[in-house]
Write a protein that binds this ligand. Sequence first.
Ligand code: G
Ligand code: MN
Length: 337
Amino acid sequence: MAASLGEWHWSGKSERLKIDLSSEEFVSALSGEWGLSEFGVLLNGLSRRQVVRTFEAKEGIVSCPLTLGDGRTLHMVGAFNEDADAHGLLLSETVVQSAVTAPGPALVPVFQPIISLKSGKVAGFEALARWSNPQSKADAPEQLDDKALASNMMIHACQALDTWRNIAGYEDLFIQVNLTGRDLTDPKLIELVSALIDGYNLAPGILRLELTEQAALRDLDQAISVAKALRELGAALILDDFGTGHSSFLWLARLPADSLKVDFDLISQISDQRVRTILETITLLAKRLDMTITAEGVEQRDLLHVLQDIGFDYAQGFALGRPMTVPAATALLTEAA
Ligand code: G
Ligand code: MN
């Protein structure tokens, strides 16, 4: 059975939930348009309360396990948009168990443009987590112990993409989401990626997962097997922060990856001849291994032609676009279209 059973839309204004299921007998009784109390009749008591609480929140992530009256379970994932409407997928079983502990509305996913050096256009976005709660002071996601972060970021990113790919000229836009070592060991990761690729009908390489060596090195064998499974599903793998830390060629040799993302520290020293030679060599290496290559942390626009001469495919950095909210990114693409 496909993990994604169909889509749902919640209208904050009319407080109606519209469920559009593919022809799955399993839950066909849920198809249709519902007021919350009518819908609740189909659920067990606990789920009923959870659904009401979820839609009362009016913002943030939607991640709600649904237990039907007869005990069968499925999972509702999605997110609110600016108008307090929400939209998402119904997934079978407990595909996104980890997302049950979804963080509250304080999580604000932002998206930083990635520019194609060939076309000069936005080719994709990296999803980055920001917290709207100023007391937490932690806008560095790695400081937060949040098991569901990658799941939530993936869900948000797919939803945003679903809007952006309707803008003329951006049909092939990709999205990049960061994974930690712990995400790689989460048995639900593969199921969620599969559900999202399936549910949003993503062509291979549209959902791209960024992995740092630190994350992979926790357990290289496990990382390799998860990486292979993710690629088989149609997700692309990017080795992030390449060129710093302990980046080893063994890692590069063993981990099947589609792309390298070269660390900010190297890019910032591009005027140094030795650094430039190293960058030329890394881009050549990427080409020879049939990988694309991205420069990160580009803080001067006039570096673009230098990066292209060196052999980079993509660039990302403050000079090309700061991390921005979904509506800001939509406006950027719409203006450029
Ligand atoms: O390594 P990773 O791909 O996760 O890097 C993304 C991070 O780098 C984000 O936190 C983002 O805000 C930051 N970043 C993006 N562009 C620039 C830049 O041009 N300069 C600096 N200093 N940081 C950047
Ligand atoms: Mn990254």
